[in-house]
Design a protein around this ligand. Structure first.
Ligand code: FE2
Ligand code: FE2
Length: 215
């Protein structure tokens, strides 16, 4: 397992590899993930920091380079990812971690990186927090990002019980999937099926938790 010093070295390496915007975003995701971590899973801080730093490591590669990388690593690209290049980097980033960043090749890190763009059914807390941190980090200025940030923090989750806060997190993720799906529909581009699965899973889970108890 890696420690704070290892995270510092990782941050230095990542900083030397990324452009100004991508680096600022990556460090923003790390900061946001730490903030969320304190609300949900303080024991996961190192995992979340490493996942945040690694989540976009292949984002600046061209589409062609990502396809070549996938071929080299023997990754089978799902059809919808091929047609939605924005989601491809999550697959390639997760795939390069074992070779290029072996110290951080923990299953939780790889999975959080893998699912940070589309989500999936039954996400772990690490996956949820990296997904949300990527959406709402302070540098994000898009209307949907600002709206989601306000929705999440405006409800003052720090004052909620852990159960209420976990429910609020799931409702926030549903809103994010709704906004993403609407946006992709407007753009007329394919929607990854994992995003539908993520949304459906959470809606059912929320309704089970909020259903009135029968006597
Ligand atoms: Fe990303
Ligand atoms: Fe990102």
């Amino acid at each position: 397992m890696f420690d704070t010093k290892d995270i510092g070295h990782l941050r230095e390496k990542i900083s030397s590899l990324m452009s100004g915007y991508r680096l600022a975003h990556t460090l923003g995701v790390e900061e946001e993930a730490v903030r969320l971590c304190s609300l949900f899973a303080p024991e996961k801080e190192s995992i979340l920091r490493a996942s945040a730093l690694l989540h976009d490591i292949t984002k600046e590669f061209s589409y062609q380079k990502q396809l070549q990388l996938s071929e080299k690593l023997g990754i089978i690209i799902p059809c919808c990812a091929k047609n939605a290049p924005k989601t491809l980097h999550a697959i390639t980033a997760a795939a390069v971690i074992p070779d290029e960043y072996p110290l951080f090749a923990e299953r939780e890190v790889i999975e959080a990186v893998r699912w940070h763009t589309t989500g999936k059914a039954d996400m772990s807390i690490t996956e949820k927090l990296i997904y949300l941190a990527d959406y709402i980090e302070a540098g994000r200025k898009f209307e949907d990002c600002v709206r989601l940030r306000e929705y999440f923090y405006g409800a003052e989750p720090e004052k909620m019980s852990f159960e209420e806060r976990s429910l609020h997190l799931d409702k926030t993720l549903v809103l994010s999937f709704d906004m993403t799906i609407k946006q992709l529909l407007c753009e007329g581009i394919p929607i990854d099926e994992n995003t539908f699965s993520a949304r459906n899973y959470l809606i059912l889970s929320i309704s089970e938790r909020t259903a009135p108890t029968k006597h």
